[in-house]
Design a protein around this ligand. Sequence first.
Ligand code: HEM
Length: 412
Amino acid sequence: MPCPALPDGFDATDPDLLQSGVPHPEFAELRRTAPVWWCPQQRGITGFDDDGYWAVTRHADVKYVSTHPELFSSTPNTAVVRFNEHINRDQIELQKLIMLNMDPPEHTRVRQIVQRGFTPRAIRGLESTLRERARRIVDEAGKSGGGDFDFVTDIAVELPLQAIAELIGVPQEDRARLFDWSNKMVAYDDPEYAITEEVGAEAAMELIGYSMNMAAARKECPAKDIVSQLVAAEDDGNLSTDEFGFFVLLLAVAGNETTRNAISHGMYAFLTHPEQWELYKRERPETAAEEIVRWATPVTAFQRTATQDTEIGGVRIKEGDRVGMFYSSANNDPEVFDHPERFDITRDPNPHIGFGGGGPHFCLGKSLAVKEIDLIFNALADTLPDLRLVSDPRRLRSAWINGIKELRVARA
Ligand code: HEM
């Protein structure tokens, strides 16, 4: 039965729709009238082709799909990175080397290894360096005198990349290259960047090559760092050099765009809700970072594939059907959130699923991301407490990232 208020052929992954911002009125309509809805084509959550898929829009249903990997597989492509056609390996096989695209038991094995780099102790170990970096980034931006500046380039971009570089021990002199590769891999949906799929694929291969060399060097000559820990003695249950390369690739995509956009959306939310900024400056509530992630929902959607005939919310799904989990819709579901349209940094509890719906792929970098968001807004509240909005943000055109490309601000 058609959804009454949506046009025929409606595609919930249409980048033009997503570019208009979150939350979309179309999702409210779907949650109300057709919460598991067949879209006949996708302009690409992250897929290879234009096949149809089920749009799952209610919080409870997205959680259900996330927590049932035996019914909804992540293979072959929860996330697709374009790889260079010229490399002599099957594209699907390459996607499967990315952890997001794995199913148990392979996923369980890799996850257990890489988790070592994300223990509370490891994150605490980074905290003072990241605090110092956050302060420096904000101080530098503040030196722009009375003129306006782009919050995204001058503030939001830097810390997430520095955090990943710190985590995996990329030396300072190589960081500009790491940043360049990361940016090229994620930006090709937006014509303004004029980055072709080939350039994105080239960047992915270069980053993987760089990381594999790094892993090989540490195997040869171990240091006291996380890379050495992850790749030491492969046969003792560690990562292969190949696997390490693909893990760094995932970190560069998963940890970079996401946190950057949470920070940019957070700033925009504070600028447009000045009473929340006053509250933040006064009380610095610990709940703020989670609300920023709910509000921003930087990852709009991921997809799964049904492993057998099954049901979601009473709707029949066939084996092989694609299923899109719309986090942005779930995070605005009034069944779960009182007044989801309110940006409320004291919201508690806040069971948002911006970091995933709680299954085996739940965001590995959540604690790090929350820490980064805290550190940057604390630094802003101390050093640049009086920013004002100069113009409306320019949004990224993307099927799966809720991104801000430019946010011009100035000191009041
Ligand atoms: C997975 C969101 C920051 C590393 C995910 C998933 C989401 C997500 C939605 C998929 C969850 C699922 O399928 O159930 C976010 C958001 C972030 C953020 C919104 C920032 C606000 C980070 C950071 C890192 C990171 C800073 C690391 C440096 C990962 C990895 C996975 C992942 C490695 C794959 C986990 C797996 O497949 O087992 N993230 N993420 N993320 N994230 Fe994050």
